[in-house]
Write a protein that binds this ligand. Sequence first.
Ligand code: ZN
Length: 95
Amino acid sequence: MELKRCARCGKFYASDVEVCQECEKKDLADLSKLKGFFAENYVSGVSKGEISASTGISARNLNRYLSYEEFSGIYITDGFNSVNENSADEEKISL
Ligand SMILES: [Zn+2]
């Protein structure tokens, strides 16, 4: 095992995962919130800012999670401050 720096708190630790043991628990809690968000509230093109506001996950952590393979198919816009300007594109549902 090599010494790594925790992606979340910056502490050095020896492991082969991305964050230290303490942060791993927090990551798991965040990830389950994030997955819950995608399952219940996801709309295509949602911004990171909206996800962050709704889940309480910090921008930095959110960026890290969204780089994970499991979220690679999800379309999310980058803005952290933008109001959803493209919402008109989502109004194409016909009955
Ligand atoms: Zn840590």
